[in-house]
Design a protein around this ligand. Structure first.
Ligand code: FAD
Length: 463
């Protein structure tokens, strides 16, 4: 048994673990930081869907770099931590006993499969979408030889995978379990638009029906049976039904879990024991707006948490800049991007928040004759009392991916529509919308009108 001593032990080499380690080294250069990761090759999880189509084509094109870690003098061990003795500050992995002062759990998440469907995983041809190269390669190799693919789940991972497979000429059907796709991030009128686009990309969508059973023949998937009684032939079934925190190790170590099973942490990502931290998908999260427990799992949020933990290990160095997960993300269907931040109008109303909506549709270049100018639609969800922007959704071109980050900052900073109305922006014909009709600003202007009129609903112009 080899004995290793370090100041900070990070378990997990995903985005949360990687950023925690780099931040810790930057803040505490004298400290010995050790990352234990399971796999030599770590995939960029967010780009996994693009392995299945022509965009990346294979997992070798989706390998995460170790970034600054190696050059900064952060140590790495390959293996799986099997046990942590928190009282004595020792972690155990095959052949190693690691003594630490501070410990960061960054053990991530695993695909979630409903208990009623777990037995279907025994059938050949039924897969989940893990963040693991070997298993993704197996899925790719299997699907390459098959035609009929049924994807269960209409969240962004299910949709991105479905569009990639369809682009490769596969016969793809998504079973959504909800009337429209991407329902957790977009209100109906945007979901409908996204749905029309996936149909254009030859993906079939069955919304208001649910998977009941995967049927097999000779231990291979043959078809899926839906709640309506409909049976669809299938060569491959992909369960894109969400992820759950990977907390077995933390639980066995005696740490307390929060709602939805994440490791309970405070605002500085500390567990009840202030020498032990948890970050990323394995940690407990609250929603930024409602402060309710949140199931949202994002690499961006995980990285932000890694920065907080990495700088708070030996005392609180900086005031934490965010309080709760914002649910901020983007996806792309063909050449059209869909982005969302904060709460949707539906979610706000369900949470009992009195909101108005401001929406505006313009162009991402000016004048309209600029080559490749694309429509840009912005919807803002705004508190009726006070005018703070608590949600934003955009449909547009590639610029949408950064524009939603502006809306994210607006939400995090508790900016109201009056501040945004007079915000100064850089505009340029080849790069942006016109200064006279910059969509985020115009949507704010529309919202101020709604507040003035006391209206909580607005007819949103068609995109
Ligand atoms: C297909 C797909 C697409 C996605 N797209 C996006 C996107 O576009 N944008 C976005 O923001 N997010 C996206 N996500 C979500 C994002 O990938 C996750 O939120 C992110 O990976 C979480 O990072 P993490 O470091 O907390 O956990 P993980 O990435 O799950 O990493 C945890 C690591 O810990 C290791 N580990 C676990 N237990 C142990 C142990 N006992 N010992 C040693 N190592 C251990 C695991 O092997 C793993 O490598 C996507 C996810 C998937 C699956």
């Amino acid at each position: 048994m080899k004995k290793v001593v370090c100041d900070v032990l990070v378990i997990g080499g995903g985005p949360a673990g990687g950023v925690s380690a780099v931040t810790a080294k930057m803040n505490y250069p004298q400290k010995e930081i050790l990352v234990v990761r399971e796999f030599e090759i770590q995939l960029v999880p967010c780009a996994i869907p693009y392995i299945f189509g022509e965009t990346l084509g294979c997992s070798e094109n989706d390998v995460a770099s170790c970034g600054m870690a190696e050059t900064m003098g952060i140590s790495t061990l390959l293996g799986r931590i099997e046990k942590v003795d928190i009282g004595n500050k020792i972690a155990f992995m095959k052949g190693y006993e690691i003594t630490f002062d501070k410990l960061i759990f960054a053990t991530g998440s695993e695909p979630f499969v409903h208990s009623s469907l777990k037995k279907s995983l025994d059938l050949e041809g039924v897969f989940t979408v893990p963040k693991n190269k070997t298993r993704i390669d197996a899925l790719k190799e299997y699907t390459d030889k098959k035609e009929k693919i049924v994807v269960i789940g209409s969240g962004f991972i299910g949709i991105e995978i479905a569009v990639e497979f369809a682009g490769n000429g596969k016969d793809v059907t998504v079973i959504g379990g909800s009337k429209h796709i991407l329902k957790n991030a977009f209100d109906t009128e945007l979901g409908i638009r996204a749905e029309a686009l996936i149909l254009e990309h030859k993906v079939k969508y069955i919304g208001e029906d649910r998977l009941i059973e995967v049927l097999g023949e000779e231990n291979k998937v043959a078809s899926v049976c839906l709640e309506s009684g409909k049976v669809l032939d299938a060569d491959v079934v992909i369960l894109a039904t969400g992820y759950e925190p990977n907390t077995t190790l933390a639980q066995e170590s005696g740490l307390i879990l929060g709602h939805y099973g994440g490791i309970w942490v405070d605002e500085y990502m500390r567990t009840q024991n202030h020498d032990i931290f948890a970050v990323g998908d394995c940690s407990y999260r609250r929603d930024f707006i409602t402060k309710e427990a949140s199931k949202v799992m994002l690499a961006s949020t995980s990285s932000a948490e890694g920065r907080v933990a990495g700088s708070s290990l030996f005392g609180i160095k900086y005031l934490k800049g965010f309080s709760g997960t914002l649910a901020i993300f983007s996806t792309m269907i063909g050449k059209t991007a869909f982005s969302s931040a904060g709460v949707t109008e539906t979610q706000a109303k369900e949470a009992g928040i009195d909101v108005v909506v401001g929406a505006f549709e313009g162009l991402n270049r000016h004048p309209a004759t600029i080559p490749n100018a694309q429509k840009q639609f912005v919807k803002l969800v705004v508190m009726k009392h006070g005018g703070q922007i608590i949600g934003g959704q955009i449909i547009g071109g590639e610029e949408t991916g950064e524009m939603i980050n502006l809306i994210g900052l607006i939400i995090e900073s508790h900016f109201d529509v009056y501040k945004v109305m007079s915000m100064q922006v850089a505009t340029q014909p080849m790069l942006t919308a016109a200064p006279t009709s910059y969509p985020v600003i115009m949507a704010s202007v529309m919202a101020t009108k709604m507040i003035e009129l006391g209206k909580s609903d607005e007819k949103i112009s068609k995109f």
